[in-house]
Write a protein that binds this ligand. Structure first.
Ligand SMILES: NC(=O)c1ccc[n+]([C@@H]2O[C@H](COP(=O)([O-])OP(=O)(O)OC[C@H]3O[C@@H](n4cnc5c(N)ncnc54)[C@H](O)[C@@H]3O)[C@@H](O)[C@H]2O)c1
Length: 307
């Protein structure tokens, strides 16, 4: 359904790789809502994915740019404004990549060159985009900038690795630049903290299927899909959210406010009985000893669970 929420608005969308990408779904929704935009991705990702197909569908162009390269960004901003015939009303940063994750380096064995790349691609690129736009006066007054993040910035989640540090930095840049752009031009800058989502970047995280399943069981509304994320993003690009800025907005079905749900507890109990305790009984290490204490007698009974 279209509400014409973005009629007459122009923008810039980073990060559409293939039809699973959050940026891809967002581009489709923005187009439906009457917005016009330029798409961008790295030359390598343009070859790997099919962003050209999306451009055709949305009647636009793709301008290649590496979001870590300021020269590329300035060229993109100038050409994008030229193509659209004016300043941007919205910008989407939907970019993330960790070479440490890709190469299977765990958090206690990081390659520091890779860490720099993770931070540059996944967080500092946001600063570079904002700074390039400001330098070229490319965002219209009351414009809206959104970046995508994950709750691992606030809470430790096994396997998310150095991307957690990148997301914490991304959220901090959002506040710091949000203050500057807000005070000068009424431009808002926010992050959306999205549920685990089946995309190329998401699938690269160690144990992603289990993380996805756990979040689904914990969230009272279940995980938010990429389509639902696109719906949320268009509200932030619209004029209906003009005073929302410098926020980290959870879009996760309630996951971030949960401690334990019945659905997750039931599965955890099964795991404890059939995997952890029985497998580790022979070992008397501290962790196993603690697990042993949690025998069946100490677990809540079925009635207790239902209360
Ligand atoms: N998938 C999830 O579970 C999930 C959850 C929360 C937040 N996010 C965030 O959503 C955003 C989008 O990811 P996605 O899940 O749609 O996956 P995706 O793999 O479809 O998108 C990631 C994009 O980043 C682009 N990119 C990588 N390096 C780049 C560079 N140097 N310059 C420009 N673009 C570059 C890739 O080409 C790709 O298009 C990311 O910030 C990700 O961390 C994803």
């Amino acid at each position: 359904m279209s509400y014409n929420l973005l009629k007459g608005k122009r923008g810039l969308i980073f990060g559409a790789l293939n039809e699973n990408s959050i940026a891809w779904k967002t581009a489709e929704r923005v187009y439906q809502e009457g917005g016009r935009f330029v798409l961008t991705n790295t030359p390598a990702s343009m070859k790997m994915g099919n962003v050209d197909e999306l451009a055709k569908k949305c009647d636009t162009i793709v301008i290649p740019a590496d979001a870590t390269n300021v020269e590329d960004l300035e060229n993109l901003v100038v050409k994008g404004m030229e193509y659209l015939g004016g300043k941007f009303d919205f910008v989407l940063h939907s970019i993330g990549m960790s070479p440490n994750v890709r190469k299977g380096r765990t958090y206690d064995n990081l390659n520091y060159h890779y860490l720099h790349q993770t931070l540059d691609i996944s967080a500092i690129s946001f600063h570079k985009i904002l700074q390039s736009c400001r330098k070229l006066d490319a965002i219209a007054d009351w414009g809206s900038v959104v970046a995508l993040t994950y709750v691992a910035a606030q809470k430790t989640l096994y396997g998310y690795n150095d991307m957690a540090d990148a997301k914490a930095l991304l959220e901090s840049i959002t506040r710091s630049f949000g203050y500057i752009y807000g005070r000068e031009r009424n431009i808002r800058v926010n992050t959306i903290s999205q549920s685990p989502t089946m995309t190329t970047a998401g699938g690269g995280i160690m144990g992603f299927d289990k993380l996805f399943d756990f979040a689904e069981r914990m969230a009272p509304l279940g995980n938010a899909s990429a389509d639902e994320c696109a719906d949320y993003i268009i509200t932030l690009f619209s004029d209906l959210t003009r005073k929302v800025t410098m926020q980290n907005l959870y879009h996760d079905g309630g996951y971030s406010s949960m401690g334990m749900s019945l659905a997750a507890m039931s599965v955890y109990r099964e795991g404890l009985e059939y995997t952890d305790v029985s497998k580790d009984l022979s070992s008397e290490s501290g962790k196993t000893a603690r697990l042993r204490k949690l025998d069946k007698k100490e677990m809540p009974n079925k009635e207790g669970e239902q209360q």
